[in-house]
Design a protein around this ligand. Structure first.
Ligand code: HEC
Ligand code: HEC
Length: 407
């Protein structure tokens, strides 16, 4: 080895060992292995998974009357428990005469009404409890289910950090890109609010709130924070609440918080193509929204209306979602307003790209069937980034795709 090369190698080795000892946040654990990220012991995660997977039955206070599937795992499984699925849910509504979105009113087969609500349940436990949309509910949208890997880390990102990203986007793009943060209710603490980060519309900030919402709206099971059935039709025991349902939503939450973040495909990630692709991805501005690194708050921080104390397994971690958890109009919007103000109607949360290699259909409704198509459909706030992508050579484009496939 020549002297200069040797010196360089030594410096490089030194730099690496320094970076190992430099005090920064530790990396969040990754894996599709079903093992706990350290939040709880493996047995407790396994017990929580039993609840997450258990099919509900239509016994008093169980499944329905209206629902979409019989267990959480039904819609959250691909690659491993807690993943995504091909299930699409239906949302609908219309604009009132002031131009504001209103969720649909459904007339059930027995004549009673449900709504206004934008979620249209696709299954019921009896024919009387189901009904069809009227033609007046002319805004209709489909939404794919989402993967839950790493969501415990997402929950533990400080609101201020999300606001900083939004500010940086406006400043660095002259306002063209302007991610919107919305404050949403924390179901478990009356009056508490945080920046929404879960769901295609950022409709929740807390995994416990999401569990309560999903238990009622996906499976028709009432619980402490969602005590009323969507309809009383075919539901003679309405009003009597099974106290176990409180424990159930705690278990769903524990399972989700204990999930590791999606792992990279290490072989592909270390290839030259993927590394050049990652640089290009940043250089053409994809990373302005698909932010690569976020950090969680320090362990011991109280979040979600001080109801949740962040444990050392979740706190002080760096993770790589390739998302900003903010709402944007990239021209794909579904026309539905959920927990945000009216201007969120055509906005969608930046889809985090971690784990994108495990998906087959892209964008909120799965309208894109390959990664090129997903990029091609980026308009409005993402138009300039898409144009810069279009101007790349075939080889450069392929390298960005290789990078995406390493995520
Ligand atoms: C019928 C299918 C279905 C069932 C059953 C279901 N989900 Fe979901 N889940 C979805 C869909 C669809 C979304 C995206 C929702 C949206 O934004 O409109 C989602 C999103 C989520 C998210 C947000 C993830 C993120 O990263 O933004 C969480 C958390 C979640 N579900 C938890 C649960 C839990 C807990 C259960 C069981 C109580 C459950 N889900 C049952 C379909 C389902
Ligand atoms: C202005 C913010 C913004 C920019 C810039 C941006 N994206 Fe996106 N991206 C989004 C949003 C929002 C979605 C989700 C849209 C939807 O589902 O309707 C998305 C979705 C995607 C998806 C689909 C992921 C999935 O699993 O469904 C891919 C792939 C993607 N973006 C790649 C890129 C690439 C490559 C670039 C750079 C050329 C880029 N994005 C630039 C906001 C952005």
């Amino acid at each position: 080895m020549k002297k200069a090369v040797l010196l360089f190698a030594m410096c490089a080795a030194l730099a690496i060992s320094f970076s190992l000892f430099a005090s920064g946040p530790a990396e969040a654990p990754t894996g599709f292995d079903g093992l706990t990220n350290g939040l709880v012991v493996q047995d407790d995660m396994a017990a929580a998974l039993v609840q997450f997977s258990e099919p509900e039955k239509a016994v008093p206070n169980g499944l329905g009357p209206l629902f979409n599937a019989v267990s959480c795992v039904d819609c959250h499984q691909s690659i491993a428990d807690g993943g995504h699925s091909q299930i699409r849910e239906l949302r609908a509504g219309h604009l009132d005469r002031h131009g504001n979105f209103v969720g649909a009113m459904i007339t059930l087969n027995n004549g009673s009404k449900v709504g206004p609500r934008s979620l249209i349940n696709q299954r019921a436990i009896c024919p009387d409890a189901i009904g069809q949309l009227s033609p007046a509910e002319n805004i209709r949208a489909l939404r794919l289910s989402l993967p839950l890997f790493g969501d415990g880390f997402v929950e533990a990102v400080a609101d201020e950090d999300l606001l900083k990203i939004a500010k940086h986007q406006r400043e660095s793009t002259g306002g063209q890109i302007h991610g919107q943060a919305i404050f949403v209710d924390i179901a478990e603490v009356k009056g508490a609010k945080r920046i929404g980060r879960f769901g295609w519309k950022d409709q929740h900030a807390s995994l416990l709130s999401f569990s309560s919402d999903a238990y009622l709206n996906e499976m028709g099971v009432t619980n402490q924070f969602a005590p009323d059935e969507v309809t009383k039709v075919c539901n003679p025991t309405s009003g009597i609440q099974d106290p176990n349902n409180v424990e159930d939503i705690d278990k769903f939450t524990t399972f989700m918080r204990a999930l590791k973040a999606p792992p990279r495909d290490q072989t592909l990630a270390s290839s030259l193509d993927a590394q050049i692709g990652a640089d290009l991805f940043e250089r053409i501005g994809c990373q302005t929204c698909h932010v690569n690194t976020l950090r969680t708050v320090p362990a011991g921080t109280k979040l979600n209306g001080e109801n949740y104390v962040v444990s050392p397994a979740i706190g002080d971690k760096a993770f790589h979602p390739y998302g900003d958890f903010l709402l944007h109009d990239i021209g794909t919007g579904d026309g539905i307003v959920q927990n945000g103000p009216p201007n969120t109607r055509n906005k969608v949360r930046t889809m985090p790209l971690w784990g994108v290699r495990t998906r087959v259909e892209f964008l909120h409704d799965g309208r894109a069937r390959d990664l090129f198509e997903a990029i091609r459909l980026h308009n409005e706030e993402a138009e300039e980034a898409r144009e810069r992508f279009n101007k790349l050579s075939q080889e450069e484009k392929a390298r960005i795709i290789t990078f995406l496939k390493s995520l």
